[in-house]
Design a protein around this ligand. Sequence first.
Ligand SMILES: *Cc1c(COP(=O)(O)O)cnc(C)c1O
Length: 356
Amino acid sequence: MMSSTFHQGGELVYGRDGNATWEALEVAIGGLEGGAATAFASGLAAIAAVVESLPVPGRVVVAADAYSGTRRLLSDLASRGRLRFRTADIAHTGATLQTCAETVSGPGRPSGEADEFGAGGILWLESPTNPLLAVADLAALATGAHELGMDVVVDNTFATPLLQRPLDLGADLVVHSATKFLAGHSDVVLGAAVTRRPEVDFGLRRRRSLHGAVPGPWEAWLTLRGIRTLEVRLSRAQATAGELARRLCDHPNVEGVRYPGLASHPGHQLAARQMDGFGAMIAFEVRGGAAAAEAVTAHLGLLVVGTSLGGVESLVERRGRWEGEDYLPQGLLRMSVGIESVEDIWSDLDRALRAT
Ligand SMILES: *Cc1c(COP(=O)(O)O)cnc(C)c1O
């Protein structure tokens, strides 16, 4: 609804507090995840609304290769004394829960109410992770974290609710960059948070109004329209990703293909149990490191070289080029598989790989 204000006396008052198009979008995303959704201006706005509402000092354990923006925000808040955080290799449940136990048992109980969201600490998960595609045992981690009094957040951007529903697996909150698969056409920036706990939902909505991190109605409408084709786009892209991953494994200029659908992926069995599909994201290493990987991207024609993911067009990027991502294998390319013909994608990729 393209309006900043509404006739007095109705349910809607002002465009920073409510909009009928947001509500339609929230019904759609909430329905898919099985909870109440709140739409935000971006994925990071949703993430910020969660971490900035933690009682001070917040205590967070985060996936070591979680989305770089999440880690940058946590570092920023930590540097200003608002929270303490530690990273964990979330593919290893026992080690992650050990880190959780150490993090929440330390000194300094936060100032908030004991039942406030995150008062006992937060475990922040992604699965599969961006960009290493590690798979976390969400149900086991949620159970273990709850036993420690922590709340569990899952960034479900890579899987989408069609492939994985973290609230059903015990998570307290799901966040999304709807910019990616949900909107699906690389033309929108928008985020969402979903929960089954009414008081958490209320707190997020309040924070959205306080911070003004509201989505534009046009962006909400485009996201809603994108969701209509989510299943069709995702099943096509996912089928293509599976085929490309298999072919990349046999490519002479590629080493180490990461795709949860490959039997060689350490999280394959777990992903097969926990997810309804393996998704459309692949990461692989080009033989020869950073220079060789950059040369591959320079030779791509059909495939778009750029950041972001989840669009109808395939996107390729060397993640190690970003600040904060220098821990990654330098020849690692992340590929978001689009809906182009598999043979068109393969011939472009194969040609670029052989040109290095
Ligand atoms: C892109 C992304 C985000 C951030 O979302 P924006 O919409 O870009 O703000 C968060 N998490 C993951 C996993 C992402 O890929």
